[in-house]
Design a protein around this ligand. Structure first.
Ligand code: TPP
Ligand code: MG
Length: 279
């Protein structure tokens, strides 16, 4: 199965920049969307798709033995679309149709409309449960496929996530990796103020999972953590990726006075500034 060949850390960092430029351009063009939520997740998504972790074939998007990536925090769709386009699922030019009438690049991922999307997400809390279904199915079918699910730190407030954490341990799903994009913010403010779930690592470990906490915007750390996770095969693994919302253009977002910048596109003048920074 085809695996993208970009493997060196420097190449991955370049690819991350490319994804960031796509994210800024497409959300500003759309006049809506979630750039800051997409930007925090770039290193993880880049490493998965281009660092040799996900085995996929854009020509056979439903090949049964493929690895799966489920973006449970579906509002960060632009980062997924940017990766899929760069991976060859559809032309890069199509990114600019984000959220336009008739485009399969909907505001939230729709698996019926776009190859490479594994699950329709956006209603938060569901992706890990869907990932468990995939992980059980590939195991039953005898494939060594791995399933990765990205969850938002605010999304962790959803009870369904904790039911899924328990169920994944019950089935000892050694082919399942959850990645929490711990960017410290959710829609209405700082995650610790809305519902403080610390110590998150200890809680998830108590559910029987292997847990790592890393700097999720450091490519070296992300690659090392994904590598360690895939070596664990007797229980589910979780990577708590400590990130910054809007990472890559933090100074530009600072100018808006809104560090969360949730669900807002950059106005064209700030998008220009962001693209300068991301050159
Ligand atoms: C079930 C559900 N409730 C509320 C929302 C609205 N909503 C969209 S994004 C968001 C915040 C999510 O925060 P987090 O998971 O931390 O993601 P981030 O944007 O910080 O990456 C909320 C509440 C939703 N999409 N689904
Ligand atoms: Mg968050």
């Amino acid at each position: 199965m085809a695996v993208a060949s970009t493997t060196s850390i420097d190449e991955l960092k370049e690819k991350a920049k490319t994804l960031r430029r796509h994210i800024v351009r497409m959300t500003t063009e759309a006049g809506s969307g979630h750039p800051s939520s997409s930007l925090s997740a770039v290193e993880v998504v880049t490493a998965l798709y281009f660092g040799g972790f996900l085995r996929y074939d854009p020509q056979q998007p439903r090949k049964p033995d493929r690895d799966r990536f489920i973006l449970s925090k579906g509002h960060a769709a632009p980062v997924l679309y940017a990766a899929l386009a760069e991976a060859g699922y559809f032309p890069v030019e199509d990114l600019m149709t984000l959220r336009k009438l008739g485009s399969p690049l909907e505001g939230h991922p729709n698996y019926k409309r776009l190859p490479g999307i594994e699950a329709s997400t956006g209603s938060l809390g569901q992706g890990l449960s869907i990932g468990i279904g995939h992980a059980l199915a590939v195991r039953l079918d005898g494939y060594d496929a791995r399933v990765y699910v990205m969850i938002g730190d605010g999304e962790m407030d959803e009870g369904q996530v904790w039911e899924a954490l328990a169920a994944a341990n019950k089935y000892r799903l050694g082919n399942l990796t959850a990645i929490i994009d711990q960017n410290g913010y959710q829609q209405t403010g700082a995650t610790k103020d809305v519902l403080d779930l610390t110590p998150l690592d200890e809680k998830i470990r108590a559910f029987g999972w292997h847990v790592q906490t890393i700097n999720g915007n450091c490519m070296e750390s992300v690659v090392a953590a994904l590598d360690a996770a895939r070596k664990v095969t007797d229980r589910p693994t979780c990577i708590i990726a400590q990130t910054k919302k809007g990472f890559g253009i933090l100074d530009v977002l600072q100018e808006t006075g809104d560090v969360n910048f949730h669900g807002k596109p950059l106005p064209p003048d700030l998008a220009e500034k962001a693209l300068e920074v991301l050159k």
